[in-house]
Design a protein around this ligand. Structure first.
Ligand SMILES: [Zn+2]
Length: 429
């Protein structure tokens, strides 16, 4: 059980100009209430009863605010100097942190199901869990790679190496840390140590660090533009609605022929090209209440024509091309199986599985992972198989045009559209 949280509230927030001349960033109001207060209330909701706020810049404003409030949790402030790294700031209270604790940045507006995050951390026996998400500006974000067990395998700090593709898996700046991570912090004069930049990349090979991917609302208040957006989202109720406790609706997308040109048996990464209007369509989904989730059959893996590593590269290319234009997928599911035994391929993938479309396995897995309500969800695909998948999962369906002949021949009863954007336009908000 995690009962303790630390909030980093000492930085100066210079990018917000006049707004932070008089108050520290965590005191900026969203919907009339300081971000810091939103965070404290959220932590209290999940029975985190010991909260330490690490202050620096305009410390007295935060101290007075906290003193003026009555909290269920025990909330205290600890002041240190302004120009000091975030990791150094936490290191200063190491003696107060005997058990695993949650760490939040005080300029981040969020609403997430901490129970689910804490469960993940405990099940993995993780010594450090990073909350990850895909965002609409991965090219200037700190990126992380994880394996199938969700263990972190690489860090890519910005700016990224050019000529490479990356997954849109962004460090959201919410952590659960065990005290042993703090032992790895060696503070020095004149160097400001940050967890994401200086600590995790150094220790992930010896300590078990896990990534927890979530589509919940987590946004930092770095710029005036983002602040405006967050206020708008708060007013609309979106921030709370996206908590995984609440059901979300989703648009499931087939890959080949819907997102990218369908070249038969796509195995060469150079053949992966995004269809026109796709990015616009996915951005439209991203700005709506729907999750965008890819569900694709990749029998090429079973047939031995492509390796998992090659498919991963193709998906990195897809995510990079989308991300460069501000579009993102919230989840990617693929079926590597194929039942036919006539080619040898990869024997263990030659099975009758539950995930190969038209079976609804991938949709059911996403439903569980993201708490999706199927009743108001959709699938968009270019093949009869996709529409059958939708019917099997009891969600609504749209067939997009692969070519005129197929479109005319396919007799299945469904809504239809000429491309992904027109399909998305048919779905009401
Ligand atoms: Zn499968």
């Amino acid at each position: 059980m995690i009962k303790q949280a630390v909030i980093l509230a000492g930085g100066k927030g210079t990018r917000l100009g006049n707004l932070t001349k008089k108050i520290p960033k965590p005191m900026i109001k969203i919907g009339g209430t300081p971000i810091l207060e939103h965070q404290i209330r959220l932590l209290e909701k999940y029975n985190i009863n010991n909260i330490t706020i690490l202050t620096g810049y305009k410390s007295e404003i935060i101290e007075n605010y906290v003193k003026s409030k009555k909290y269920k949790a025990n909330v205290s402030c600890f002041k240190s100097k302004i120009n000091i790294g975030t990791a150094d700031r936490v290191k200063l209270i190491e003696n107060k942190l005997k058990n695993d604790f949650l760490l939040l940045y005080g300029d981040v507006m969020l609403d997430m199901n901490f129970d689910k995050l804490i469960n993940f951390h405990e099940q993995k026996k993780s010594s450090c869990t990073l909350v990850l998400h895909s965002n609409d500006h991965p090219q200037d974000s700190d990126l992380v790679e994880i394996n199938e067990e969700c263990q972190v395998t690489a860090f890519h700090s910005k700016p990224h190496k050019s000529g490479f593709y990356f997954h849109n898996m962004v460090n959201a700046g919410v952590y659960i840390l065990s005290p042993k991570i703090l032992k790895q912090i060696k503070s020095q004069e004149n160097i400001e140590l940050d967890f994401g930049k200086n600590i995790f990349p150094k220790i992930f090979k010896k300590e078990k660090i896990y990534g927890y991917n979530t589509p919940e609302y987590i946004k930092d208040m770095g710029t005036l533009e983002r602040l405006k957006k967050v206020n708008k989202d708060y007013k609309s109720g979106k921030i709370n609605r996206f908590n995984l406790k609440n059901k979300r609706k989703a648009i499931f997308l087939d890959r080949d022929g819907v997102i990218n040109y369908d070249s038969d048996n796509l195995s060469n990464i150079d053949d992966f090209k995004i269809l026109p209007r796709t990015i616009e369509a996915i951005k439209k989904i991203n700005n709506s209440e729907y999750l965008a989730i890819l569900v694709t059959n990749q029998p090429m893996l079973a047939k031995g024509f492509i390796t998992f590593a090659q498919l991963d590269e193709i998906h990195k290319k897809m995510e990079t091309l989308l991300g460069n234009e501000g579009a993102k997928l919230d989840g990617i599911y693929f079926c590597p199986h194929h039942p036919a035994k006539e080619f040898p391929g990869v024997p263990e993938l030659r099975i009758e599985c539950e995930c190969r479309k038209p079976k609804p396995g991938m949709i059911m897995q996403a439903k569980k992972d993201f708490n999706i309500g199927l009743k108001n969800s959709w699938i968009i695909g270019d093949a009869e198989r996709d529409i059958e998948t939708g019917k099997n999962a009891k969600i609504k369906t749209i067939l997009v045009k692969r070519n005129q002949e197929y479109f005319d021949k396919c007799a299945i009863k469904t809504k239809r559209a000429n491309n992904l954007l027109l399909a998305v336009n048919k779905i009401s908000k």
